[in-house]
Design a protein around this ligand. Structure first.
Ligand SMILES: C[S@@+](CC[C@H](N)C(=O)[O-])C[C@H]1O[C@@H](n2cnc3c(N)ncnc32)[C@H](O)[C@@H]1O
Length: 219
C-alpha cells in the first residue's frame, strides 16, 4: 500500500457529541472516510478498540464495512450502540480483554487512544484507578493492549493511529509530552511503522492546525 506523507481533511464534526461529552474527544468523520475509501473495500471488518463516540464505527457502517469496537465508558457505549445497526459488535469493556470477545480477524484498524499528559497522575486506561497511576503504567498498558490488537489483525491489515503531542502551558512553565514518539515506542514490539501522515485540517482551528496519523503493520 502507498500512503501520501501529507493530506488535507476539513475540520468538520458531522455527528454532534451527546450532552455528557464534549466534541473534543472526536476526530472528524472525514478522516475515517479518507482511510476507508483508500485502504478498504465494502464488506471489510473495521475495528476501533477505543471507540469513544463511535466515529470510526458510524462511518464504517455508512460505507458498508462491518464495524467492531470496544468502549470502556458505559455512557458512551450506550449512546453509540443505540445508533448503530451492528450494535452487537460494540462491547462495553476494556480493550485489554479484547480476546475474550471472539472477534474475527480484522481488515483495518483505526483508532485514537485516550491521551495522558506525562505530569498527570491518573491513568485513563485503567479508568483513573489510583493503583495504576503514572505515565509509565499508561505506556506499559498501551503496549499490552496493542499486543492484543495485533492478535486479531491479518498479516496485511493496516493499523491507523491518530495521536498528538501534548503541551501544557501555565504562566510559569510549559510541560511537553512527546506522546507521538512514546506511542510509537509502545507499538515497536508488535508492529512495524510504515508511515507517518501529516493531516492538515482544511479549515484550521488556530490552536490545532494538524494532527498525526501513524500507520503500522504487524511484525
Ligand atoms: C480519544 S477517545 C476516542 C474518540 C473516537 N476516536 C471518536 O471519534 O469518538 C478514546 C476513548 O477510549 C476510551 N477508553 C479509555 N480506556 C479504555 C480501555 N482500556 N479500553 C477501551 N476503551 C477505553 C475512552 O473512554 C474514550 O472514549
Amino acid at each position: 500500500m502507498s500512503y501520501a506523507s501529507e493530506i488535507t481533511i476539513p475540520w468538520k464534526l458531522e455527528r454532534k457529541a451527546p450532552p455528557f461529552e464534549g466534541n473534543d474527544i472526536k476526530y472528524p468523520e472525514g478522516l475515517v472516510r479518507h482511510i476507508l475509501e483508500n485502504y478498504s473495500n465494502e464488506g471489510d471488518k473495521v475495528l476501533d478498540p477505543f471507540a469513544g463516540l463511535g466515529t470510526t464505527l458510524f462511518v464504517a457502517e455508512e460505507m458498508k464495512r462491518v464495524p467492531y469496537g470496544i468502549e470502556a465508558e458505559e455512557e458512551k457505549y450506550e449512546w453509540v450502540a443505540a445508533q448503530l445497526e451492528n450494535w452487537m459488535n460494540l462491547i462495553n469493556s476494556d480493550a485489554a480483554f479484547l480476546e475474550e470477545y471472539n472477534f474475527p480477524k480484522m481488515d483495518v484498524v483505526i483508532t485514537s487512544p485516550p491521551y495522558m499528559p506525562k505530569h498527570h497522575k491518573w491513568n485513563p486506561l485503567y479508568g483513573r484507578d489510583p493503583d495504576y497511576a503514572g505515565y509509565n503504567e499508561y505506556l506499559n498498558r498501551m503496549e499490552f493492549i496493542f499486543s492484543k490488537i495485533s492478535n486479531i489483525m491479518k498479516k496485511q491489515t493496516p493499523l491507523f493511529v491518530q495521536v498528538d503531542n501534548l503541551l501544557h502551558q501555565t504562566k510559569s512553565k510549559s510541560i511537553f509530552t512527546p506522546l507521538v514518539h512514546d506511542i510509537i515506542n509502545c507499538l515497536k514490539p508488535n508492529f512495524i511503522q510504515t508511515n507517518k501522515i501529516k493531516v492538515n485540517w482544511g479549515n484550521p482551528k488556530k490552536d490545532y492546525p494538524y494532527t498525526n496519523l501513524l500507520v503500522f503493520k504487524k511484525r
